[in-house]
Design a protein around this ligand. Structure first.
Ligand SMILES: Cc1cc2nc3c(=O)[nH]c(=O)nc-3n(C[C@H](O)[C@H](O)[C@H](O)COP(=O)(O)O)c2cc1C
Length: 238
């Protein structure tokens, strides 16, 4: 099928090696895995007894910049979801992939690591508490960066996860691993990203897009000339 008028191509679209790409249908219950590796954060919250608690989450993303709003989706049964409903404050901690075991421990109800409800997950994971500047939950001292957030909206009726929309009210990062503009140096630091289950990956530098080259590609393709997208040059600039 080729519907070039709408730019939809079937058998005509070739992969780099000249073969036609084959797409397999995926089970919808696993469709979220097709979003690719997703960064696994540690979420800090406040327990009923006032101490700080941790859980792991990959359902975390920025959804607005002014004000800075993030969304975190959690199973309503998790203690962290209860803590957030009650206290409305959290820390979001970006962890290096050196800490996959700690992420696995903090995600015990999913990973099966034997953590008791009475355990302090900071202690059993061997992580240290960092006092937050603006919220009650502690941050993780070993984190690469921390967002301190206050819940502004909770959506319970969308799916099986409760979505917490939260405003970022303070943020900090380890200057060793970030540029002055707050960009992570992925040569030095590799945030843990979950593929699915216990399979993790981490980021490496990719080529940077070049606006001039892209303008040329757009022009060439618009006028129907051959040449296709150029392969990005490898670069360590991030
Ligand atoms: C890598 C990883 C990512 C996870 N992501 C999520 C998530 O996005 N949402 C969620 O509800 N649970 C997620 N979990 C599961 C929770 O972290 C886990 O059930 C945890 O034990 C809940 O802790 P709590 O009940 O003490 O709050 C994840 C677990 C792991 C290991």
């Amino acid at each position: 099928m080729t519907t070039t008028g709408e730019g939809i191509q079937g058998e005509g679209a070739l992969e780099a090696g000249g073969t036609t790409p084959r797409f397999e249908p995926a089970g919808l219950q696993h469709a979220h895995r097709l979003l690719g590796p997703r960064v696994a954060y540690l979420i800090g919250s406040i327990r009923l007894d006032g101490t700080s608690h941790l859980c792991s989450a990959t359902n975390v993303t920025s959804v607005g910049n002014s004000p800075e709003i993030v969304a975190v989706a959690l199973c309503p049964e998790w203690e962290t979801a209860e803590n957030l409903r009650r206290e409305g404050e959290m820390t979001i901690n970006l962890m290096d992939s050196l800490y996959v075991d700690q992420i696995w421990i903090a995600g015990s109800r999913y990973s099966g690591v034997e953590v008791a409800p009475s355990d302090d997950k900071f202690i059993v994971a061997g992580l240290h508490k960092k006092m937050s500047a603006t919220v009650r939950p502690a941050a993780v001292l070993e984190a690469l960066a921390v967002l301190e957030c206050r819940t502004v909206r909770i959506v319970e009726d969308l799916s099986d996860h409760t979505v917490f929309f939260a405003e970022v009210i303070a943020a900090c990062y380890r200057s060793t691993y970030f540029t002055e503009e707050g960009q992570l140096d992925v040569v030095q630091a590799h945030p843990a990203m979950q593929l699915s289950g216990d399979r993790f990956a981490h980021a490496v530098p990719a080529g940077s897009p070049d606006t001039r080259r892209c303008n040329q590609i757009v022009k060439d393709n618009r006028s129907g000339r051959e040449g296709g997208p150029a392969a990005p040059e490898s670069s360590t600039v991030i």
